[in-house]
Design a protein around this ligand. Structure first.
Ligand SMILES: Nc1ncnc2c1ncn2[C@@H]1O[C@H](COP(=O)(O)OP(=O)(O)OP(=O)(O)O)[C@@H](O)[C@H]1O
Ligand SMILES: [Mg+2]
Length: 232
């Protein structure tokens, strides 16, 4: 579904991604883990067209998208839930969801119904201003808004960040459910333990380079990964 080959991305003279290559096959959950500043968010931003690579290529469902505008990628089936949620804080829950459907106007009514079915907490709060939602509810809204574009590939940047353990579990359950209902997922997480548990495959980024890859299980059992990312 997604193939990233040899990308190099810079912020001025900071070389943020160094020859990064990765693949996400249809129906997989692929996790990208790594320390703060490793380049995880930059990887997602480059895939979704917000940053440009100097080299290499990015292919989505067989089409080279390395020069495609971000907004066009949404209609091609790519959705990106950025770090820190970035919902429209002044708008209501319902309005946020409507904004998410701009590439799929015909799906608007059904989409909202589907999102409310998946997230009953949002349904009860549909007229609430998004900025007054709790952190977990805001994350649900950010995911719900992304689902309004009917993505084939959903990229999530640290969806569990800042959430209490019970909500972290809920968010991971939702990711699993989305996967089970046919959405392919690229998941960036600091919570390596939870991410490796649900991932089919995973990559480790260190200072802008992919250093390790394997199945979620292989990585969870690797001594060096345990030491560096799983608290011993
Ligand atoms: N807008 C920017 N301008 C300059 N440097 C940046 C910018 N954004 C990111 N960087 C640098 O690029 C590198 C990779 O950052 P990135 O945000 O991709 O890391 P990350 O793995 O997502 O980290 P975190 O876990 O903290 O979110 C870091 O060294 C960071 O300081
Ligand atoms: Mg990040």
């Amino acid at each position: 579904m997604l193939k990233v080959e040899g990308i190099n991305v810079y912020y001025g003279n900071i070389h943020a991604l160094k020859d990064v290559s990765l693949e996400v096959n249809s129906d997989e959950i692929v996790a990208l883990i790594g320390a703060n500043g490793a380049g995880k968010s930059t990887t997602l931003k480059t895939i979704s067209g917000l940053m440009r690579s100097k080299t290499g290529s990015i292919t989505l469902m067989g089409e080279d998208i390395s020069r495609t505008d971000a907004h066009k990628l949404v209609s091609k089936g790519l959705a990106h839930v950025p770090e820190g949620r970035r919902i429209f804080l002044q708008m209501t829950v319902q309005e946020n969801l409507e904004m998410g459907a701009y590439t799929q106007p015909a799906y608007l009514k059904q989409g909202i119904k589907d999102v409310f079915e998946r997230f009953p907490r949002l349904k009860h709060r549909k007229n609430q201003i998004a900025g007054t939602l709790s952190g977990g509810e805001q994350q649900m809204l950010a995911i719900g808004r992304a689902l309004m574009s009917r993505p084939k590939l959903l990229m999530l940047d640290e969806p569990s960040m800042g959430l209490a353990p019970i909500l972290v579990q809920q968010i991971f359950d939702i990711i699993k459910e989305l996967h089970d209902t046919g959405t392919t997922i690229l998941l960036v997480e600091q919570n390596a333990e939870m991410a490796l548990r649900i991932a089919d495959r995973a990559y480790v980024l260190e200072s802008g380079r992919i250093t390790v890859s394997g199945t979620g299980r292989e990585l969870a059992q690797s001594d060096s990964i345990k030491k560096a990312y799983l608290g011993g």
